[in-house]
Design a protein around this ligand. Structure first.
Ligand SMILES: C=C1C[C@]23C[C@@]1(O)CC[C@H]2[C@@]12CC[C@H](O)[C@@](C)(C(=O)O1)[C@H]2[C@@H]3C(=O)O
Ligand SMILES: O=C(O)CCC(=O)C(=O)O
Ligand SMILES: [Fe+2]
Length: 330
């Protein structure tokens, strides 16, 4: 995405501006090596659906290498980047999110992930544009994210006191798990420096469909979450930690006990934001329904059983802000 000049900005339809939010310092921080982390983690999933983890074991040097490659990719000419696009759903995307009319102040690379690496299809369109080093660091990062996602999911099961301990993690560790890696670049938005009142949407509000998302960003703010009472707050960036989001699938498995957090990103007038998100999803044929182990006596199941494939089909027909789980409520 190039930084557009004023006349060309007036010719494109822009995402709707909204009011800036206050910074929130209450995001739970979970030290993964601390005894008792599992109970804190459960509380965070119930209250916020978002927390950050420290002592996560992911080498910061690996994170820096992938971020460097992502920055290099986004600095290519528009023509070169577009050789890896349009995102349908995978590939390079610019401003358009999904196929149903959502737009944001960003460009991104959306990559399909198999159990070991990025998929052949995603690799094929990347190879056209990118150095071998990008592909190899992507695969290393994916492995680190799978391991972290799996460890966090095991701590969740432990905190919920359910067995086996891999009851959630085996879903994302499955050979056929359907996961995604997303590299987002939100360039500075010149309109914000030209007296635009309010803020500009970088990535519109939504919940993530998978079990969990593992998010890391550079030091530029922009991420906002909706609290239980519906107020939006801004999350301070933290380059050393990973943010973990509860996704829709985990909300279903826990019968609504864990909260799939609504979140969005606002653009910045001065600084670029780069985020890298791993979405840990189930295999296509996986059946999703509240785990009987987690249901109290007489507790009603909030959702009917459905497969990940069914859910995804419906997700890709929806707008970003839609409540995708509504159709699966019982
Ligand atoms: C508008 C859309 C983009 C999205 C697919 C969808 O139709 C609805 C869910 C969106 C979302 C949000 C979280 C992730 O960024 C994403 C990759 C996902 O799995 O679901 C995106 C989808 C996308 O950008 O293709
Ligand atoms: O860029 C971010 O910080 C969040 C992006 C996001 O929510 C997503 O890619 O689904
Ligand atoms: Fe998201």
């Amino acid at each position: 995405m190039v930084v557009l000049t004023k006349p060309s900005l007036e010719q494109v339809s822009l995402p709707t501006p909204h009011k800036p939010r206050s910074c929130f310092s209450g995001i739970p921080v979970i030290d993964m090596l601390e005894p008792g982390a599992e109970a804190l983690l459960v509380k965070a999933c119930e209250e916020f659906g978002l927390f950050k983890v420290t002592n996560h074991g992911v080498p910061m040097e690996l994170v820096a290498r992938l971020e460097d490659e992502a920055v290099k990719f986004f600095s290519l000419s528009q023509m070169e980047k577009e050789r890896s696009g349009p995102a349908n759903p995978f590939g390079y995307g610019n401003r358009k999110i999904g196929g149903n009319g959502d737009v944001g102040w960003l460009e991104y690379l959306l990559l399909e992930v198999t159990s070991k690496s990025i998929s052949h299809a995603s690799l094929a369109f990347l190879k056209e544009t990118c150095a071998r080093s990008f592909c190899s660091v992507l695969n290393e990062y994916i492995q680190a994210m799978r391991r972290l996602a799996s460890e966090v999911l095991e701590l969740m099961a432990q905190g919920l006191m359910i067995e086996p301990r891999n009851i959630f993690s085996k879903v994302v560790m499955d050979e056929e798990s359907d996961s995604v890696l997303r590299l987002n670049h939100y360039p500075p938005c010149p309109l914000l420096l030209q007296g635009l009142n309010g803020t500009m949407t970088g990535f519109g509000e939504h919940t993530d469909p998978q079990l969990i998302s593992v998010l890391r960003s550079n030091n530029t703010s922009g991420l906002e979450i909706s609290l239980r009472d519906g107020t939006w707050v801004s999350v301070l960036p933290d380059t050393e930690s990973f943010f973990i989001n509860v996704g829709d699938s985990l909300q279903v498995l826990t019968n609504g006990r864990f909260r799939s957090v609504r979140h969005r990103v606002v653009a910045n007038g001065y600084k670029s934001r780069v985020s890298m998100v791993y979405f840990g999803g189930p295999p296509s044929r996986e059946r999703l329904a509240p785990l009987p182990l987690l249901m109290g006596e007489g507790e009603q199941s909030l959702y009917r059983e459905f497969t990940w494939c069914e859910y995804k089909r419906c997700a890709y027909r929806s707008r970003l802000a839609d409540n995708r789980l509504e159709q699966f409520e019982s």
